[in-house]
Write a protein that binds this ligand. Structure first.
Ligand code: ADP
Ligand code: ADP
Ligand code: ZN
Length: 209
């Protein structure tokens, strides 16, 4: 199946996507991860995107659509994929229609207060990108990744001003996608409030895996 994960920043999209991708044996494609990889490697794309991302804005539709179109042309997407963090605007969703067939738009249902708390405590691994939460999902050893031993850091866009800006951007540019996919008849709501294991269970039950 071809999934898109829709929801506010910090809703737990990446956390569920990693586990669901394993369970369904399909790739997890995160535009945020692709941008961060480019920033880390100092590519032209990374240089263009960094200031926008740190401020909590959106990278241009043109750049982002091109990136996703290219990624979806790779052979590993033939049996399905999870698109996490794309589309984020109506033009992106419309462009996606022209080169992909989406089976389900999974909408993460959660209140703003909860996402602010999740983003405020998020730390990520510098080496493998795995995310943790200082309170809800702490690493076994403080500051170190359980999976690879890499150093954990706080993303620049997880500092307070950027968090508020991202929520404003989400309401204005991304939330309209909920109606877009509802009208197409492939919106599936998921309760994003419970612990990660519960959210994964609900996801598996809904999509029978
Ligand atoms: P979060 O997990 O907080 O929702 P992501 O890792 O998905 O954030 O994305 C980080 C940042 O990368 C976004 O705030 C935005 O600046 C940029 N970005 C990611 N996906 C898109 C997209 N589809 N369109 C435009 N910008 C994007
Ligand atoms: P998104 O990709 O939607 O921005 P993440 O998956 O990165 O969200 O999760 C944001 C933060 O919340 C991370 O610190 C993560 O460890 C934590 N988190 C994710 N899912 C849950 C959950 N179900 N309950 C509590 N905390 C969670
Ligand atoms: Zn790691």
């Amino acid at each position: 199946m071809n999934f898109i994960f829709l929801g506010p920043p910090g809703a737990g999209k990446g956390t569920l996507a990693k586990e669901a991708a394993k369970a369904f044996n399909i790739p997890h494609i995160s535009t945020g991860d692709i941008f961060r990889e480019n920033i880390k490697n100092g590519t032209e794309l990374g240089k263009k995107a960094k200031a926008i991302i740190d401020a909590g804005g959106l990278v241009s539709d043109e750049i982002t659509i091109g990136l996703v179109k290219d990624r979806l042309s790779q052979p590993d997407t033939a049996n399905g994929y999870i698109l996490d963090g794309f589309p984020r605007t109506i033009p992106q969703a419309e462009a996606l229609e022209s080169f992909a067939k989406i089976d389900a738009a999974v909408n993460f249902d959660i209140a703003d207060e909860a996402v602010v708390e999740r983003l405020g405590g998020r730390v990520c691994c510098k080496d493998c990108g795995q995310m943790y939460h200082v309170k809800f999902n702490p690493p076994k050893v403080e500051g170190k990744c359980d999976k690879c031993g890499g150093e954990l850091y706080t993303r620049d866009d997880d500092k307070t001003e950027s968090i508020q800006n991202r929520l404003v951007v989400y309401r204005k540019s991304t939330a309209p996608l909920i109606d877009f996919y509802k009208e197409k008849g492939n919106l599936v709501d998921i309760d994003a409030r419970p612990a990660p294991e519960k959210v994964l269970e609900e996801f598996k039950a809904k999509f029978k895996k």
